[in-house]
Design a protein around this ligand. Structure first.
Ligand code: HEC
Ligand code: HEC
Length: 286
């Protein structure tokens, strides 16, 4: 009898301890999710110049915004899963769209710093890459987004559920955009053109977030992704081999990259000149 009491007592203590620990972890995770970042916004001057709007369209189409926010930018529920309700918001000025209420500063805060107007860091939204867009291209992107046609599509808010709070409490890899900001400078002063200098700029925005600041390999922010390899192999393929990679996803030896983790199909929207500039830059790395 005494032994049984002892066993039951120990079990109860254990269960309470496990629950308390889970609760502490959930709390820790929620605090990371809900942290108020309110960064000093690195502002740019936004115009309604048609040339800027056209450049902004190009930046959006080549940098994957529509992959999550949809072709007409009306947003979508990306996943309704036990850890979270993952929602890419409606960006248009229609019903339920952030465009209806956003100020210029709100746009720049979200794109560059990965933070909402209320100070919460964005999940999934790759601002840790978009931070590196130049002032000119950030301004153009916002000009374009402000010109979008309204689409009515009210959506629920992004929700971090208890399981997600727990995961975020124990696993640093599940993180908000401001937590993922790399420790490197924005590349400034590059002049648009088919040059290694411009390729360096484009790579700083599009490639370094996964392949590392020196493009010699890195672990992408998505913890499920395979390692992003050293890109010093590319000059050995020739420019034609590199172009073909963006058309087919396969390297000259026939090995294909997984488009889920290496978005080669989206990068094809960059066009010939940008791809050649990237190539010229890759030739300069040693
Ligand atoms: C991989 C998916 C993904 C891509 C690519 C992406 N976004 Fe997002 N974006 C999201 C998600 C998810 C959220 C909401 C996150 C949250 O609420 O924590 C978001 C939020 C935003 C917000 C903030 C809205 C708000 O609630 O205040 C803006 C603005 C935005 N994205 C613009 C863009 C632009 C512009 C691009 C392209 C340059 C882009 N996004 C690319 C997934 C994405
Ligand atoms: C979201 C993360 C991510 C981004 C952004 C990214 N890559 Fe990758 N890349 C990967 C991963 C992961 C692999 C490996 C894929 C595999 O093995 O299936 C890869 C593979 C490659 C390969 C194939 C290498 C080989 O030996 O076959 C090339 C080339 C490449 N990336 C170039 C680029 C360039 C150029 C950019 C910028 C324009 C870029 N990547 C941006 C994640 C990324």
């Amino acid at each position: 009898m005494k032994a049984l009491k002892w066993i039951v007592g120990t079990l109860v203590v254990l269960i309470v301890a496990v629950l308390a620990l889970a609760f502490v972890m959930m709390n820790q995770g929620f605090n990371r999710f809900d942290q108020d970042w309110s960064p000093d916004v690195e502002m740019v001057s936004i115009t309604d110049d048609p040339m800027a709007i056209e450049l902004g369209r190009f930046i959006s189409e080549s940098h994957g915004c529509q992959g999550c926010h949809m072709g007409d930018y009306s947003g979508q529920v990306m996943a309704d899963a036990p850890p979270f309700l993952m929602v890419a918001p409606n960006l248009t000025p229609g019903e339920g769209g952030v465009g209806a209420t956003y100020s210029d500063e709100d746009w720049v805060r979200a794109i560059r710093h990965g933070v909402r107007p209320d100070g919460r860091g964005l999940m999934i939204m790759p601002s840790e890459a978009y931070y590196y867009l130049s002032d000119e291209e950030t301004a153009a992107l916002v000009s374009y987004l402000k010109s979008l046609d309204p689409v009515d599509n009210p959506l629920p808010e992004f929700e971090l559920r208890p399981l997600g709070q727990f995961i975020m409490g124990v696993d640093k890899a599940m993180a908000t955009a401001p937590e993922l900001m790399p420790d490197r400078e924005r590349v400034t002063g590059a002049i648009r053109g088919v040059s290694a200098e411009w390729g360096h700029y484009r790579a700083s925005v599009m490639c370094m977030v996964c392949h590392g600041g020196n493009l010699q390999g890195g672990q992408p922010p998505n913890p499920d992704s395979p390692f992003a390899p050293d890109l010093r192999v590319v000059p050995g393929w020739g420019l034609d081999g590199f172009r073909e990679y963006f058309e087919t996803g396969a390297n000259p030896s026939g090995r294909a990259s997984d488009a889920e983790f290496m978005p080669w199909d989206k990068f094809a929207h960059l066009g010939d000149d940008e791809i050649e500039a990237l190539y010229l830059y890759l030739e300069t790395i040693d």
